[in-house]
Design a protein around this ligand. Structure first.
Ligand code: SAM
Length: 231
């Protein structure tokens, strides 16, 4: 059996690359995106009834996941990258069918496009379906997951004066909550869990059209060095 699907829309998000995207949605509320609906779903009829809905489920394709042989067990970054668990016990992007699902906040509807926040989606992600979040069915008070009992612990993020000033200027230009986005994403500690960063090693990521660079003065602390427009 096989099926073929066509995307109903494309995500335009703050995440220009996979590095530093939070591991799940809603961990970075300042991570915004616009979901461009493709014909015929860009017409108002397809969105009737969404007014007043606060959250949506997005079913999407991990279009930038590495291809390769499928494994029955994976090594999730959350567990430090060493421990293997069954693929169906993980949210890894490398899976039998490269399909992901995320709950995101619906901020508004503008010209047939959905304005979203709290996304964990790479720019360009194809969306296969959109469904309204149904609180009475989707929120389970006594749900348990021993491998992921709580959100990842945040680490401290500090700024140099110059980097904070640069970030504020780009925030004004982009009209996006860039300062909060940088703090929220970096406090998730994007580097691989097994890496012991030397204090003089610099890391970087592109968010929107700016390059953010930082280092680890101590292994549990990030200091942002610069926020410059990508060339
Ligand atoms: N919430 C989704 C789920 O549970 O199916 C995604 C979880 S997955 C662990 C989140 C990671 O997927 C992000 O940190 C990012 O690196 C990666 N990612 C996001 N969009 C992607 C895409 N279009 N292709 C490949 N990887 C993507």
């Amino acid at each position: 059996m096989s099926w073929q699907f066509e995307p109903v829309g494309i995500i335009h998000s703050c995440f220009a690359e996979k590095f530093a995207i939070p591991r799940q949605p809603l961990l970075a509320p300042a991570a915004t995106a616009r979901l461009e609906l493709l014909p015929p779903y860009h017409q108002p009829e397809a969105l009737e009834g969404l007014q007043g809905v606060s959250h949506l489920w997005l079913i999407f394709v991990f279009h930038a996941a590495a291809s390769g042989p499928q494994h029955l067990r994976v090594r999730p970054p959350r567990l430090g990258g060493n421990q293997r668990i069954g693929v169906f016990a993980s949210r890894a992007t490398h899976r039998p069918n490269p399909i992901g699902q995320s709950v995101v906040r619906l901020e508004g509807i503008e010209n047939g496009q959905l304005l979203l926040s709290g996304v964990d989606l790479l720019d360009g992600t194809p969306v296969l379906d959109i469904k309204p979040y149904v609180p009475y069915a989707d929120a389970i008070d006594d749900a348990i997951n021993p491998l992921a009992p709580q959100p990842p612990e945040a680490i401290a993020v500090t700024w140099t004066d110059a980097a904070r000033e640069e970030a504020q200027q780009h925030q004004d230009r982009l009209r996006q909550p860039l300062v909060a986005l940088i703090e929220q994403c970096l406090s998730q500690d994007p580097k691989p869990a097994y890496q012991q960063p030397a204090p003089d090693r610099e890391y970087g990521v592109q968010l929107w059209d700016v390059n953010v660079r930082w280092h680890y003065p101590h292994s549990d602390q990030i200091r942002i060095l610069s926020v410059r427009q990508a060339t």
